[in-house]
Ligand binder design. Structure first.
Ligand code: FES
Length: 162
């Protein structure tokens, strides 16, 4: 399997640049009741060896782990784990349930539920993490994420069918 970190910035660097994400994370400041009204939820991964374990979302939804800075998304029979930051300038990407798409909070780049870029300043799809299924969980290697322009095949394969 391709090591997505070989030609990518290290995780620490990624997290440093993602600090700005926290500035824009106000959209996540939904009250719990408001969050329940939307197919946007919060989740928290659990360390499982060298991977992080998340439950497979039972319905189409975007599930945000603010600590890990990832979105566990289920859409149209597939699960993906995306970086929370936009590939353009690392600002947070939000899920717009009404429009059924992701959208950057800074320059409004738009992405399909599978992370495919459809418009805006970004020049690639949302970054996907390497994942695998383990029963009702998705295991994520938070040290290995894939950029669609550098590894299109690896990016396409970074999903599990549910
Ligand atoms: S930071 Fe997302 S489009 Fe510029």
């Amino acid at each position: 399997m391709t090591n997505a970190c070989d030609d990518l910035p290290c995780r620490r660097e990624f997290l440093q640049t993602a600090v700005c994400v926290g500035v824009a994370i106000g959209w996540l400041g939904l009250s719990s009741s408001a969050a329940e009204a939307l197919p946007v939820f919060f989740t928290e991964g659990v360390q499982s060896g060298s991977e992080t374990r998340f439950p497979i979302p039972p319905v189409d939804s975007a599930n945000v782990d603010r600590t890990a800075q990832v979105i566990v998304a289920r859409a149209q029979g597939h699960v993906y784990v995306f970086a929370l930051s936009c590939p353009h300038e690392n600002n947070v990407v939000k899920w717009l349930p009404k429009d059924h798409r992701f959208q950057c909070t800074k320059h409004d780049s738009r992405y399909q539920p599978d992370g495919v870029h459809t418009s805006g300043r970004a020049t690639r799809n949302m970054d996907r993490y390497v994942i695998r299924r383990d029963g009702d969980s998705v295991l994520v290697d938070l040290h290995r994420w894939i950029q669609s322009d550098k590894d299109p095949a690896g990016w396409a394969a970074a999903t599990i069918a549910v």
